[in-house]
Design a protein around this ligand. Structure first.
Ligand SMILES: [Mn+2]
Length: 276
């Protein structure tokens, strides 16, 4: 990293992050800290599952960098960024403190965010829309590489089965079935959240929870935004000064963004990256 990169800051009107899972080994703390150090925003929404109290219960894991992240957010609040923390299911402990302000961070159950161009969005973590617990939803975030890997595992697995005299068992068919369930789950989740936004006559909804970043509109023009996560994809939802919403994938986009931080040149919505 050169000096220019370390001092450059991206400027946003609003930033939303969720599903950081501090207190777990899965948290991509280095990337998150890098993102926080390279951006400035007027308002920061922490959209739930920031600290993973479920994991902390089963053994304390809290490296220095997780402290650095908490301190960084507090420093941002002290420097004038409005920080709103909407607890999720992994940090539902904080739901007992809704309405309080802690070190400049306001705890809220949900929020209504008004963009620069006056559109109103419901901001919510999303676990309350789960309905049925779907154990295979993590499969939805599997990329094709992971899929190829499983195919390879399947080959060796069945090689072993054949030696032991067992019949062939298709892991890929099993995975495909599970992925289909996961895709259905995401679809139902989106529909439930869009319905909530529509009922409140809002422009859309901004949520987290399922670790799957997205921006798209339904057939009636109601927008669904998911901030993604900092366990797998390292994504944030951002609003430019003009009110444009986009998704940043920090690992892929950071170098290019820091080279040319003029967000107004970005497409209307969707990914910031031109490649996708
Ligand atoms: Mn969650």
């Amino acid at each position: 990293m050169n000096d220019e990169r370390t001092t450059m800051k991206l400027k946003f009107r609003t930033v939303w992050i969720s599903d950081v899972h501090l207190g777990t080994r899965g948290c991509k703390d280095e990337y998150l800290l890098d993102f926080l150090n390279h951006m400035h925003c007027e308002r920061l929404y922490l959209v739930g599952d920031i600290i993973d109290f479920w994991k902390l219960k089963n053994g304390f894991y809290w490296p220095k960098r997780h402290n650095d992240i908490v301190r960084k957010v507090m420093a941002m609040a002290a420097a004038g960024t409005e920080v709103i923390y909407i607890p999720g299911n992994h940090d539902e402990l904080f739901r007992g403190y809704i309405g309080t302000v802690f070190n400049g961070i306001t705890l809220q159950e949900t929020a209504i965010h008004a963009t620069a161009n006056g559109e109103q969005y419901l901001v919510v973590h999303g676990d309350e829309f789960d309905g049925v617990v779907c154990t295979s939803r993590w499969l939805a975030v599997l990329g094709s590489e992971a899929y190829d890997f499983l195919i390879e595992v399947n080959r060796w697995f069945n090689f072993g089965r054949r030696i032991l005299g067992f019949p062939y068992w298709s892991m890929s068919a099993y995975i495909k079935h599970k992925v289909k369930n996961a895709v259905n789950f995401i679809f139902d989740f989106e529909r439930a959240l869009l319905h909530a936004a529509e009922e409140q006559q809002l422009a859309g909804v901004i949520c987290g929870h399922i670790h799957h970043a997205a921006i798209h509109d339904n057939e009636r023009g109601i927008r669904y935004c998911n901030t993604g996560d900092w366990v797998e994809s390292c994504t944030a939802l951002v609003e430019s000064a003009a009110g444009t919403l986009s998704i940043i994938r920090w690992v892929e986009d950071s170098a290019r963004l820091l080279e040319d931080p003029l967000l107004e040149t970005c497409p209307d919505h969707g990914r910031l990256a031109s490649a996708n």
